[in-house]
Ligand binder design. Structure first.
Ligand SMILES: Cc1ncc(COP(=O)(O)O)c(C=O)c1O
Length: 449
C-alpha cells in the first residue's frame, strides 16, 4: 500500500512535469508559427483593360490591373509581401520599361532604405543657394558623385549637377538650355533610328518655337544648328551609340540612363559635355522621379536650372533624400558594410538580367518566328570580368509577320511597335524589366508559338 502510494505520488509528479513540458512546447511553437505565419489573401485589384488607352509613346498602364491579374498579399514576420498570380491566359503588358524586377532586392534590404522626414524639415524651396542648381540637395549630389566613382561609368568631379524630376524633365531642360531664344529658326533635334520614342513625343508636344524634331540623325543633311541625342546603351536596341552628324554648330546630349553594370559592361568612364542619368534605371526607383545631369558648361547648367525653376520651381526634396538613401545603400554594400541581402545590388541585378536574356534567347532560337540582336563582349571594369550586354529591352524582329506588334497582341502580349522608334513595323520593343511572373509568362508564350 505504502509502496503503491509512493509510486502514485511520483507518477503524478512525472505526469505534471510532462504536462508542463508539452504545454510549453505547444506555446513556443504557437509563438514561432504565429510569427512566421504567412497569411495569403487573394485580392482582385480591378477589371482588365482589353485594349491599351493610347497616350502616345509615354503610354502608361498599371500592370497589376491588367487581365484579371491577381495580387496576393502576404504577411511574413510582420513584413508585407506581394505576389502576383497571373492566370495563364492573362494579357501581359511589356510596353513600358517599368523596372519592377528590382523590387525583390529592395524588399530584402528592408528598413535600411527607409527615410523619415519630420513635418518641420525640408519645407523651404531652397536647398543650397550657393549652388548653381539651388534646389539640389547636397546629400543627393554627394551620393551621385560617389556612385559614379564607385562604378566608374562617368567622370562627375568637374561637372555641375542639375537634378530633375526624372531625366524626362532634364531632357526638356536641355532642349531649352541649348536652343538660343533669338534664333531665326527653331533648333533641330535629331537622334539615330531606332531612337528612344519619348525623344520625339517630348520634343513635339508643346509645339515649341525654340526647337523642333528633325528625325533620324543618319539622314540629317542641313547646315542649320542641331542637337543630337545619343543614347548609350541605346533604348530600344541595346547597342552602343556614337554621334553621327558631326558638323559645326552641333550640340551633343548623351543619355546614359542604362550605362550601369546590370545592363552593359562598363568599359570606360564617360566624359561628355552633357550626360543624363536617372535612378529609375540605375536602382529601379522610377516612382521617386529623380534624374541628374552632369554638365560641364556653367551657362548650360544655369539655363537648365532656370527651366526647372520656371517649370516646377525646383525638384522634390523628399524624393532627392530618398534617392540619396537608396544610392548610399547600394554604395555601402561595396564599402564592406553589406546590404544585408547576401548579394550586392549590381551583382543581383546583373545576374537577373543575364538569366532573363539566356531564357529569352533560348525561347527565340527554338522557333523561326523571331530574331534578336547579338552583342559583342567587353571587359567590364566594374565586375572585373569579360561580359556581354543585357539590355533593358529586347528589340525583337518578327521574321514572318509584317506587323509584329499586332501579331504579339493576338497572343495577348502588349509591346511597343518599331514605328515609335523611327523603325519598321516588323520590330517591337519588349521590356525585360517586369516582375518575374510576367517574364515567365512571356517565355512560356513564346515557346508555345
Ligand atoms: C533612354 C531613356 N532616357 C530617359 C528615360 C526616362 O527616365 P526618367 O524615369 O528618369 O524620366 C528613359 C525611360 O525609359 C529612357 O529609356
Amino acid at each position: 500500500m505504502n509502496v503503491t502510494g509512493i509510486s502514485g505520488v511520483r507518477g503524478r509528479r512525472v505526469n505534471r512535469f510532462l504536462f508542463w513540458v508539452t504545454l510549453n512546447l505547444v506555446l513556443v511553437s504557437f509563438y514561432i508559427y504565429g510569427k512566421r505565419r504567412v497569411v495569403w489573401r487573394a485580392e482582385e485589384l480591378g477589371a482588365c483593360f482589353e485594349s491599351k488607352k493610347n497616350m502616345g509613346s509615354l503610354e502608361m498602364m498599371d500592370n497589376n490591373i491588367c487581365s484579371g491579374r491577381r495580387v496576393w498579399e502576404a504577411e511574413e514576420n510582420g513584413e508585407k509581401l506581394q505576389k502576383l498570380h497571373l492566370p495563364k491566359d492573362s494579357i501581359i503588358n511589356l510596353d513600358h520599361g517599368d523596372p519592377t524586377m528590382f523590387e525583390s532586392f529592395w524588399r530584402r534590404v528592408g528598413d535600411k532604405c527607409s527615410i523619415l522626414i519630420p513635418g518641420w524639415q525640408k519645407m523651404s524651396y531652397f536647398s543650397d543657394v550657393r549652388n548653381v542648381c539651388w534646389f539640389l540637395e547636397p546629400e543627393f549630389a554627394d551620393e551621385v558623385r560617389k556612385m559614379h566613382q564607385l562604378v566608374g561609368n562617368a567622370i562627375a568631379d568637374d561637372c555641375y549637377i542639375v537634378v530633375g524630376t526624372g531625366s524626362t524633365q532634364l531632357f526638356q531642360a536641355v532642349l531649352y538650355a541649348l536652343s538660343p531664344s533669338d534664333a531665326p529658326e527653331p533648333m533641330n533635334v535629331v537622334s539615330t533610328v531606332p531612337y528612344y520614342s519619348s525623344f520625339q513625343s517630348v520634343t513635339e508636344y508643346l509645339k515649341s518655337g525654340l526647337y523642333t524634331w528633325a528625325g533620324d540623325a543618319f539622314t540629317y543633311d542641313s547646315d542649320a544648328p542641331y542637337i543630337e541625342l545619343v543614347t548609350s546603351p541605346n533604348n530600344p536596341d541595346g547597342y552602343f551609340k556614337e554621334p553621327v552628324v558631326n558638323r559645326a554648330g552641333g550640340k551633343l546630349v548623351h543619355d546614359l540612363a542604362y550605362y550601369w553594370p546590370q545592363y552593359t559592361p562598363i568599359t570606360t568612364p564617360a566624359d561628355h559635355d552633357l550626360m543624363l542619368f536617372t535612378v529609375s534605371k540605375c536602382t529601379g526607383h522610377a516612382g521617386t522621379r529623380i534624374g541628374w545631369a552632369l554638365v560641364k558648361d556653367l551657362d548650360v547648367a544655369r539655363r537648365m536650372t532656370k527651366f526647372i525653376e520656371l517649370n516646377t520651381i525646383g525638384v522634390s526634396k523628399d524624393s532627392q533624400l530618398r534617392a540619396a538613401k537608396v544610392l548610399r545603400a547600394v554604395r555601402d554594400a561595396y564599402d564592406g558594410e553589406g546590404s544585408g541581402t547576401g548579394e550586392r545590388f549590381f551583382e543581383f541585378s546583373r545576374r537577373l538580367m543575364a538569366e532573363r536574356w539566356e531564357r529569352l534567347r533560348d525561347a527565340v532560337q527554338k522557333g523561326t518566328l523571331f530574331s534578336l540582336p547579338d552583342y559583342s563582349t567587353s571587359f567590364c571594369n566594374f565586375i572585373k570580368e569579360t561580359d556581354t550586354a543585357h539590355p533593358p529591352f529586347a528589340w525583337l524582329k518578327c521574321e514572318k509577320e509584317a506587323d509584329c506588334e499586332s501579331f504579339l497582341k493576338r497572343h495577348k502580349i502588349l509591346v511597343r511597335s518599331g514605328k515609335y522608334f523611327g523603325a519598321g513595323l516588323e520590330y517591337v520593343r519588349i521590356s525585360m524589366l517586369d516582375r518575374d511572373e510576367t517574364f515567365d509568362l512571356l517565355i512560356e508564350r513564346l515557346l508555345e508559338m
